[in-house]
Design a binder for this molecule. Structure first.
Ligand SMILES: Cc1cc2nc3c(=O)[nH]c(=O)nc-3n(C[C@H](O)[C@H](O)[C@H](O)COP(=O)(O)OP(=O)(O)OC[C@H]3O[C@@H](n4cnc5c(N)ncnc54)[C@H](O)[C@@H]3O)c2cc1C
Length: 393
């Protein structure tokens, strides 16, 4: 296809990756982002080889290595005794098997390195502090309306996250369903913890009705903690709502000493609380010259750690479809057809993990027996996917 003028609403992880993939193919891209572009918002993100592979192909391997952490493995442990239930290898073994590493990274660092690459591209124009409110499409193009004016292009992608305006404009508002789970999020400076106490692993502690995840980010300087509890008295879905230390401490009373150390050393002013909402997979994403990407079309509970990787995969597949199709509408249909089954698998799998992680009694005993094998099967299905080559059905 001839070089296109592409408009992307949302300069998050998915929107920025898409802009880089398209620019690499010679397309002209405009990104419209509501917030300031260079934001340190968020905490840890897991980036498995299926996502890392795409970023490497954009020339970002050394930038990732400079700020991420390479975990040696993943471990599941008993919440009180600390007994090892199952483990999987990550580190060199995964990098060798899948051709790209598994990274743990601060979302702010990932966002920053993408932004640096975007700034270097002559094909990408950034509009920061701009909220897109509406669009109209006709036979030959699409026009967006934002606070400061209008802009026309060949193609519009809503990469505007979990509360997507573009999705609502396309399909009407679709109210999500509260899962009854709340996630605590905090970052703990590693220097505050006893040396070698916290393993260089993605560690998941399973307990009845709760689980606690922690892993290093920022070259090992910070430990990212995500602590999920079943409770119904908090329903705010936000990355920036603060929580209370005493409540977190009470939620995990009686848990293993490692978990207590992490909670005790967390900065009390930087505890965030995020109500988890579930959304069913969508039966359709786009119409005509407009489509969606990332959390805008497949927001995912965090229990498979695939939110960022799925948005990054979308970006590579959409770009490959634009390259191979004869027209815009055909490219978008092909993209959607390729991406909906895989992202729905992750949405449904994450929902299942939400139940399985919190089992007790016989259910937990049976889960523990099969956890290692099941984990390996899922990892292989997720990690082996090469988004850059996925243009055929
Ligand atoms: C502030 C923030 C913090 C986060 N922290 C974490 C974290 O700690 N751990 C984790 O696993 N995931 C985190 N996430 C989510 C994670 O980034 C996504 O799940 C994943 O990377 C998919 O990315 P995405 O590009 O689809 O959406 P996002 O990364 O959420 O990006 C969407 C972008 O669209 C912008 N936007 C929304 N509406 C409009 C509009 N109308 N006009 C213009 N721009 C608009 C938003 O400001 C945002 O920058 C965070 C997201 C945000 C926005």
């Amino acid at each position: 296809m001839r070089p296109l003028n592409v408009m992307i609403v949302g300069g998050g992880i998915g929107g920025m990756t898409l802009s880089l993939c398209l620019a690499q193919q010679g397309h002209q891209v405009s990104i419209f982002e509501r917030a300031v572009m260079d934001s340190d918002a968020g905490a840890g993100v897991q980036l498995s080889p299926n996502g890392a592979r795409v970023l490497h192909s954009l020339g970002l391997a050394s930038a990732l290595e400079g700020c991420a952490f390479l975990p040696q493995g993943g471990q599941f442990r008993h919440f009180r005794s600390g007994r090892l239930i199952a483990q999987t290898a990550l580190g060199a073994q995964v990098a060798e098997r899948y051709g790209a590493p598994y990274y743990h990274i601060h979302r702010g660092d990932l966002h920053h390195l993408l932004l640096q690459a975007v700034k270097l591209s002559p094909n990408i124009v950034r509009h920061a502090g701009v909220s897109v409110d509406n669009f109209e499409q006709h036979g030959r193009g699409v026009e967006i309306k934002f606070s400061q004016g209008v802009q026309r292009g060949d193609l519009l992608v809503g990469a505007d996250g979990i509360h997507s305006t573009i999705r609502d404009l396309l399909w009407g508002a679709q109210p999500p369903h509260f899962t009854g789970q709340v996630a605590w999020r905090t970052l703990v400076p590693a220097a505050r913890l006893p040396k070698n106490r916290i393993r260089p692993m993605a560690s998941v502690w399973w307990g009845p009705g709760k689980h606690f995840v922690h892993y290093y980010v920022r070259r090992g300087e910070l430990v990212n903690c995500v602590c999920v509890v079943e409770k119904s008295n908090w329903q705010v879905e936000s990355w920036s709502s603060k929580g209370d230390y005493a409540e977190l401490k009470k939620d995990f009373a009686g848990w293993h000493d490692d978990v207590q150390h992490l909670i005790d050393q967390a900065d009390h002013q930087s505890l965030y609380k995020w109500a988890l909402y579930d959304r069913a997979p969508m039966s359709k994403w786009g119409k005509g010259r407009v489509t969606l990407l990332g959390d805008a079309c497949h927001p995912t509970l965090p229990f498979m750690a695939q939110g960022a990787a799925m948005a990054i995969e979308d970006a590579a597949v959409l770009t490959a479809c634009v390259k191979s199709a004869a027209g815009v509408a055909e490219a978008l249909q092909r993209y959607e057809k390729l991406r909906r089954p895989r992202t729905a698998y992750v949405q449904r799998g994450s929902r299942r993990h939400a139940r399985v992680f919190h089992l007790s009694g016989v259910g937990a005993w049976m889960r523990n027996l099969v956890a290692a094998k099941a984990g390996e099967r899922t990892a292989s299905r997720l990690f082996a996917y090469d988004a850059r080559a996925a243009t055929k059905f």
